[in-house]
Design a protein around this ligand. Structure first.
Ligand SMILES: [Ca+2]
Ligand SMILES: [Ca+2]
Ligand SMILES: [Ca+2]
Length: 224
């Protein structure tokens, strides 16, 4: 009898484990990437591109997976695109600190993926922190001269690397970062800069899944 009870307990435990295992993954993990969960703090003039959201309401638009470049052409903001970004233009200081429930790990190579659109003179200084108190400089994202197409509001990703959709940063000796801070570091014409999403660099296998998912989405759009 005892062994049957033990078996039952084992079964219940394994069911529990599988329920836990199949729950819609941690909210932070979407598409295999660990995206920012909360805005820890912000200061200065933060807004989305058209200024329909400002301050905290704008900062919230950086949380979660990228959702602004709806037509997926790498530019914002085409007619179908959404203004789900936060950043700055014009002049003044701006800073936003994002919190990650699951710490960002120091991987081989780049560690942080930033979906960002900016002018040719945009510049942000990026800092990381384990505890939200002590911040270390991770790097900068800087606009590229001649990378602004002719029509206003249609920006390329500044300093995009081989990962194409993202600017990426390497943590150096840092690891397990829960906080990432973006500080505005340039002002005036061409310094506009808007962040769509901030997350971990996708694992190589995830790229394939994202590509397959993207193809499926294109197909369903074509059929619609
Ligand atoms: Ca677009
Ligand atoms: Ca690294
Ligand atoms: Ca967004």
């Amino acid at each position: 009898m005892k062994s049957i009870n033990n078996l039952r307990i084992c079964m219940m435990l394994s069911m529990l484990v599988s329920i836990v295992g199949v729950r819609p993954a941690d909210a932070t993990l979407i598409g295999g990437q660990n995206w920012a969960d909360e805005v820890a703090s912000l200061s200065g003039n933060l807004q989305n591109y058209n200024g329909t959201a400002v301050g905290a309401a704008a900062a919230d638009l950086v949380l979660g997976a990228p959702d602004s470049d709806v037509d997926g052409n790498g530019n914002a903001w085409d007619l179908v695109d959404k203004d789900n970004v936060a950043g700055w233009k014009g002049s003044g200081n701006a800073s936003v600190t994002l919190y990650f429930e699951t710490a960002l790990m120091n991987l081989d190579g780049d560690d942080l993926a930033v979906t960002v659109y900016g002018g040719s003179k945009c510049q942000a200084s990026i800092y990381g922190s384990i505890d939200g108190i002590d911040f270390s400089h991770i790097g900068n994202i800087v606009g590229t001269k001649g990378q602004i197409p002719g029509r206003p509001g249609v920006f390329h990703e500044p300093g995009a690397t081989g990962l194409d959709m993202f600017s990426t940063l390497e943590f150096g000796s840092l690891n397990n970062l829960h906080y990432i801070r973006f500080d505005r570091a340039a002002s005036g014409q061409g310094s506009g800069m808007f962040f769509d999403a901030v997350g971990s660099v996708p694992e190589p296998g995830t790229f394939l899944l994202l590509m397959i998912g993207g193809l499926g989405l294109l197909r369903s759009r074509e059929q619609a």
